[in-house]
Design a protein around this ligand. Structure first.
Ligand code: ATP
Length: 292
């Protein structure tokens, strides 16, 4: 069985404060896009989990979130058969697009289905939270407000149709470092999340794009100026707005026209600033068959 693990972007990302347990309280608008990894799962008679990945630098043991997700359910339900899984990664790694979390979500959904465990979406989301704060959202997908550490989810109406250009420079940013270097006493511009929710409800793409903002961006793009350069290039080439996703370094631009997006993609490719350039659109869970 094949499952798609969809990437996410943060249309808006705010950090409210640090909690006593070391995590941060956030407020974010999450959106799934049509960029995905593919997870193939099959049963095998011998017990245990075997995982292969198309990228040599991604671990295939317990360090891989897919492995952990499968093990979590198989241990809980004392599954005696084994699984063989292959992960074909396309979502850039350590990019702020929740690639690993989405792979874990696909593994939860996949193992639940292949062994007929009978868990509901809500029950899969609860188990996903023990793997990572973004995993419940990756099970849910679509447009959502995420609060708490990212696990308190409120489904929003679908964001208005638009085109999304992804540009990821060839650098890596660790999420942990991004939080550690965040100075909560001087965050600079904060996103108007309530205003963005109103724009989404009204189907107002321009109002939504206008309110895109990520509190991590000034700090991370200060360290890596190529992020700002990619953002400026997208905006000079027709993006309604471009911002960084998650803790970076991926930048995404929102376009109201596919041709404009394609042209901007060409300019970005020729600039040599981005290692990954990918033009896509929003993904709506209802329109296509769920996780498969
Ligand atoms: P987020 O948006 O949640 O911050 P991310 O894009 O920053 O996610 P990932 O791509 O999920 O980060 O991976 C970060 C690290 O996690 C990698 O360096 C990798 O070693 C490890 N990892 C574990 N499982 C996976 C997986 N299935 N795919 C990619 N990386 C994984």
């Amino acid at each position: 069985m094949r499952f798609r693990a969809m990437a996410k972007i943060n249309l808006a990302l705010d950090v409210l404060g640090k909690r006593p347990d070391g995590y941060h309280d956030v407020r974010m608008i999450m959106q799934t896009i049509s960029m995905y990894d593919t997870l193939t799962i099959e049963k095998k008679p011998e017990p245990g989990i075997s995982l292969s990945v198309n990228l040599p630098f991604v671990p295939t043991d317990e360090r891989n979130l897919v492995y952990r997700a499968a093990k979590l359910l198989m241990d809980e339900f004392r599954v005696e058969e084994g699984v063989r899984m292959n992960l074909a990664k396309f979502i850039p790694v350590a990019a702020g697009m929740a690639g690993g979390s989405s792979d874990a979500a696909a593994a939860l959904v996949g193992v639940n289905r292949i062994f007929s465990l009978g868990l509901s979406t809500q029950e899969l989301m609860e188990r996903g939270l023990t793997i990572g704060a973004d995993v419940p959202y990756c099970v849910m997908r679509g447009t959502a407000l995420a609060e708490g550490i990212g696990e308190k989810l409120t489904r929003l109406p679908d964001a208005p149709d638009c085109f999304v250009l992804i540009g990821k420079p060839g650098i890596s940013v660790s999420t942990r470092q991004a939080y550690e270097s965040l100075d909560l006493s001087s965050l600079g511009e904060r996103p108007d999340i309530d205003g963005m929710m109103r724009s989404i409800e009204a189907g107002d793409l321009y109002g939504m794009a206008d309110r895109m903002c990520n509190v991590f961006e000034p700090g991370i793009s200060g360290r890596f100026p190529v992020i700002r350069s990619i953002r400026d290039l997208m905006e000079e080439n027709g993006a309604l707005k471009a911002v960084m996703s998650g803790s970076g370094p991926t930048v995404f631009g929102i376009f109201d026209d596919r041709e404009k997006m394609k042209k901007a993609a060409d300019v970005l490719k020729h600039s040599g600033m981005a290692k990954t350039v990918y033009g896509t659109a929003l993904f709506r869970p209802g329109r296509k068959e769920g996780h498969q």
